[in-house]
Write a protein that binds this ligand. Sequence first.
Ligand SMILES: [Fe+2]
Ligand SMILES: [Fe+2]
Length: 281
Amino acid sequence: MLIAQISDLHIRDHMGMFGELVDTSETLKKAVQLLNSLEPQPDVILATGDLTDDGTEEQYSQLLEIITHLNAPVLPLPGNHDERAEFLNAFSAELPQEMPDEHCSYVVDDFPVRLIGLDTSISGQHDALFSETHELWLSGILKKDKDKPTLIFTHFPPFETGINFMDLSGLKSAERLENLIRDNSQIKLVVSGHLHRPIQTSFGSTMVSVCPSTGNQLKLDLNPKNGSAVDEPPGFQLHVWKNDRFVTHTGTIWEGKELDMSQYVAYVNKKISANEGIIKD
Ligand SMILES: [Fe+2]
Ligand SMILES: [Fe+2]
């Protein structure tokens, strides 16, 4: 199974704080083209929050106009820049009927890997909380199909990164989620966004991977007094489920030079199928 992830699309209809750095509609259009050109095609695309900059109806319709061109189905989640009512309205066709009243979390059981969207955002706030309500909902879900490999996707990463100002607007009570994950070894991967950079760590009995933004990135700067946004290349991730494990790749939306290596690839394939070593020229 091939799962693509896009995050922090921040579709906007004004310059805003980061408008001069990147045109997020243009970079998302390029991401759509790139994802549609992949072989094999992703089975599903997770869109892990901050889909718009301000959560307005106009911004969601601008977003839908772009992502409607994606070949694979999209599973969206809200982030701190989204607005719940407008998000639910925009994605009424994509989201399952069965969702809790308090948060936009849901389960998709149509694939070899069970996909759990976990929404921990708090209306009107930039930080998030894994509350007792979330814990009750998630533990109830995890009790079913304990043998089915499971991936949790969420906007807020549940760990401290050392990028101080983002950690301060991070997930509160993440240890509650970590304990739950430790007790549920069917969870093979947690993926998130919010940080506008690719970052990975171990968490409970699994790994967490953070996807870069399809718009601007945040600068890698561990000085707690600093924080800046940069126009490093927009990115996405591919999570490949094979041989009972996930392998995560980070790709960039980038128009650079490419050197075709298909002759060497054909040579390696020939040698391997003949059960011979790959001899250096
Ligand atoms: Fe974001
Ligand atoms: Fe965010």
